[in-house]
Design a protein around this ligand. Structure first.
Ligand SMILES: Nc1ncnc2c1ncn2[C@@H]1O[C@H](COP(=O)(O)OP(=O)(O)O)[C@@H](O)[C@H]1O
Ligand SMILES: [Mg+2]
Length: 252
């Protein structure tokens, strides 16, 4: 059974793309068949995977707007398949409002291929816009990366409202798998307090996964087009991500 996990948070810079890349890697390392989908016109995930967005003749755009079969990059990259994107996808935001059954366009593109994969991870843009709605509508599960800062914690009400609306109107079966606290600097009291607040207030809503430490190594690895485990396999955050992946493998 394939699990389609959307990583969503309307805030930017909370580690959505980094986690999609790294968790995808660890799932593939565990012999799971993994497909990543880049739904952000900024194409960070496509670039983290070592693909030049400008070189692409087809992207997720073709599936969403022209209703063509989803374009999957012809090579797997460290065992991972990817449906890449580029800036053309931003035009979809303008065209989609006029499209029929627009919210289902990604779900429909995935239907014929989803059984080829154990896990499909969808990386969302940092907004509550239509591309995020498509991603939530296509998902079986939702994972919310949440930065351990008071300011990002404030956005969770809006986030939960959006999810509730999607569940009610578009995707009854969407399950909130849980929250991944990210960029934790455990030396600051403020962040520890925020982490405690996340645990207190959100554990009713979903699992609170182990927190990912803040480390410049994530950016260094991405710059080299590698997941952290390939760049520095002994890094403390690698162990944390392996633990999270063990939890994701239990989802059904
Ligand atoms: N755990 C972390 N510690 C430090 N920096 C991180 C961490 N995770 C991601 N980053 C960096 O933060 C920036 C934003 O991350 P990204 O994954 O692109 O976020 P999003 O997709 O939510 O916008 C990137 O430069 C990335 O390398
Ligand atoms: Mg991103």
């Amino acid at each position: 059974m394939s699990r389609i996990i959307t990583l969503f948070n309307q805030s930017g810079g909370v580690s959505k793309t980094t986690l999609t890349h790294n968790l995808g890697y660890h799932l593939a390392a565990n012999k799971r068949r993994v497909l990543l989908i880049d739904m952000d016109p900024q194409a960070s995930l496509t670039q983290f995977m070592g693909i030049d967005p400008e070189s692409l003749e087809q992207t997720v755009y073709n599936a969403i707007i022209d209703e063509e079969p989803l374009f999957i990059y012809p090579e797997t990259i460290y065992g991972i398949a990817i449906a890449p994107t580029n800036i053309n996808l931003s035009a979809a935001e303008l065209l989609l409002p006029a499209a029929t059954a627009r919210e289902y366009r990604l779900a429909e593109a995935l239907a014929p291929i989803k059984d080829n994969y154990d896990f499909i991870l969808i990386d969302c843009p940092p907004s509550l816009g239509i591309l995020s709605i498509l991603s939530l509508t296509a998902a079986t599960h939702l994972v919310v990366p949440i930065q351990c800062q008071f300011k990002s914690f404030l956005g969770t009400d809006l986030l939960l409202d959006t999810i509730a609306r999607v569940k009610k109107k578009l995707n009854k079966n969407l399950q909130i798998a849980g929250f991944i606290p990210t960029m934790l600097d455990s030396r600051t009291a403020q962040e520890t307090r925020t982490l405690n607040a996340v645990q207190e207030q959100l554990s009713q809503v979903g699992t609170i996964y182990p927190a990912i430490p803040k480390s410049i190594a994530f950016a260094d690895a991405s710059e080299r087009r590698m997941p952290l485990a390939m760049y520095d396999k002994k890094h403390a955050a690698v162990k944390v991500m392996k633990k999270i992946v063990k939890e994701l493998e239990k989802l059904n």
